[in-house]
Design a protein around this ligand. Structure first.
Ligand SMILES: C[S@@+](CC[C@H](N)C(=O)[O-])C[C@H]1O[C@@H](n2cnc3c(N)ncnc32)[C@H](O)[C@@H]1O
Length: 439
């Protein structure tokens, strides 16, 4: 028989390579402990600076915490019973004061790294309730048709697995109280097998938004109406054929409070997570912006007018730009309710501004509140127009530091910075900054 060459079968590596007694040397901007190994750094979720840990490498950059050999003085017991499994909050094991300090430090470090700037003008963080603050929550759903069982909960970190929860300590109770009634209602609906997720919103009226593939039939509509009456909520349906629509066509738009104003919005519109801090943040931004009567102020990434109305209420002439056309409609509607003339326009701020008529005006001050991607193009366009003052709110310190570099290069100085504790118990960071043109 002919001999043919066969490569030796690869030995299965059943034993994972543990890294033992690793010292945690820092906490990164995603709230993960940083360890140094012979092959570079690795990130360990759940570990804190100064702790000694045993870990198992995971992927290229991460490591899974297996044993905590020593614990930091800043470590505390996580209050939530789902904490170990749920991917919602990831910093509950760090004392609240240390969380806030960490967030400020992250912004300082990113400014040093990306903008070569040392922040020396920090104001103490803006803080409010650290629990029961969330006014919107998205629950993942899965209907097991064979077992006729519904899973409703939050996803595990970096996984599709749904952790079923009966409470969420960072979410307002008026929303968590709906978990049990929803578990009862949803399996009775014909549309249960096409549910994507359920979103809960707390505003002037609480809203339940069902992500579905098609509009409910008569039977389901009746059950949903009865549910809405019983629990004093508005039900909205979001199907593939457009934006969310109310189950009851006569239903008015819900409203949220901003500083000195109340604004209509539609489920699906952007809404700041922490109601109390959103108002405090708007008040601080308006104080820094110090709008003067008839002064021309350009507002970018305006949403449905959370900052636009409070700025315009001070007497300034506001031009507000937002990318989503329907939110621009809401902003105009909200301005009308207060008899304010806000020039609200739809535009993609990441496109070149040459063709935009509003961009040809000279503005004394600019306010911006971009999404996590930051304002890579917009900040260059703003700097070229040389406004005297820029107030920038950011929910992503890395893109903020990148954009700040453009402003420093264009001759701006950072007057003040302040952390807004918008997302306690999580690594997410909100930061307010005020820049002034030097020359
Ligand atoms: C962080 S939210 C802020 C909204 C508002 N300032 C508030 O407090 O409710 C960012 C807003 O920027 C808008 N946006 C994102 N990318 C945009 C772009 N390229 N051009 C214009 N608007 C954009 C989003 O639709 C969203 O409304």
């Amino acid at each position: 028989m002919a001999q043919i060459y066969r490569p030796a079968p690869r030995r299965k590596t059943t034993q994972q390579q543990w890294l033992r007694d690793a010292k945690v040397v820092g906490l990164d901007h995603q709230g993960r402990g940083v360890i140094r190994t012979s092959k570079g750094v690795r990130f360990v979720a759940g570990a804190l600076p100064e702790e000694v840990v045993d870990v198992v490498p995971k992927g290229k950059w991460d490591a899974e915490l297996r044993t905590l050999k020593t614990t930091s003085e800043q470590r505390c017991q996580a209050d939530c019973r789902y904490y170990e499994r749920c991917g919602g909050c990831d910093l509950q094991h760090l004392h609240l004061a240390a969380q806030r300090q960490h967030k400020q430090q992250v912004v300082s470090e990113l400014f040093a790294k990306f903008a070569e700037h040392e922040i020396s003008t920090w104001l103490p963080p803006l803080t409010a309730a650290a629990w029961r603050y969330r006014r919107r929550l998205r629950l993942a759903c899965h209907w097991d048709a064979k077992r006729k069982k519904l899973k409703l909960g939050l996803r595990q970190a970096n996984s599709k697995t749904i952790v079923e929860i009966n409470d969420c300590l960072v979410t307002q109770t008026s929303l968590t109280q709906l978990f049990a009634p929803l578990r009862e209602l949803l399996p009775q609906l014909n549309l249960v097998n096409q549910l994507g997720h359920v979103e809960l919103l707390s505003s002037t009226t609480n809203c339940v938004i069902l992500r579905v593939k098609s509009w409910p039939n008569k039977d389901d509509s009746q059950q949903l109406k009865a549910f809405a009456d019983r629990h004093n909520v508005d039900v909205w349906l979001h199907s593939d054929d457009g934006p969310p629509r109310p189950l009851n066509k006569q239903q008015e738009l819900p409203k949220y409070r901003s500083w000195q104003s109340e604004l209509a919005f539609q489920p699906g519109d952007f809404l700041q997570a922490h109601a109390e801090l959103s108002e405090a943040m708007v008040a601080q931004a308006v104080a820094w912006l110090a709008p003067q009567r008839d002064e021309k102020i350009l507002e970018l990434y305006a949403g449905s007018g959370n900052f636009s109305l409070p700025i315009a209420l001070q007497g300034a002439q506001v031009t507000a730009i937002e990318g989503v056309a329907s939110m621009v409609d809401r902003l105009r509607y909200n301005a009308q309710q207060y008899a304010l003339t806000i020039d609200a326009r739809q535009a993609d701020l990441e496109q070149n501004w040459q063709a935009y008529e509003w961009a040809q005006t000279r503005y004394q001050k600019v306010f911006l509140d971009p999404a996590r991607a930051g304002a890579a193009n917009a900040i260059k366009e703003v700097a070229q127009r040389r406004p005297q003052r820029i107030v920038y709110v950011s929910c992503a310190p890395d893109t903020l530091a990148r954009d700040a570099k453009q402003l420093f290069n264009a001759g701006y100085r950072l007057v003040q910075a302040q952390i807004v504790d918008m997302f306690p118990q999580t690594h997410h960071i909100e930061c307010l900054t005020w820049f002034e043109r030097e020359a």
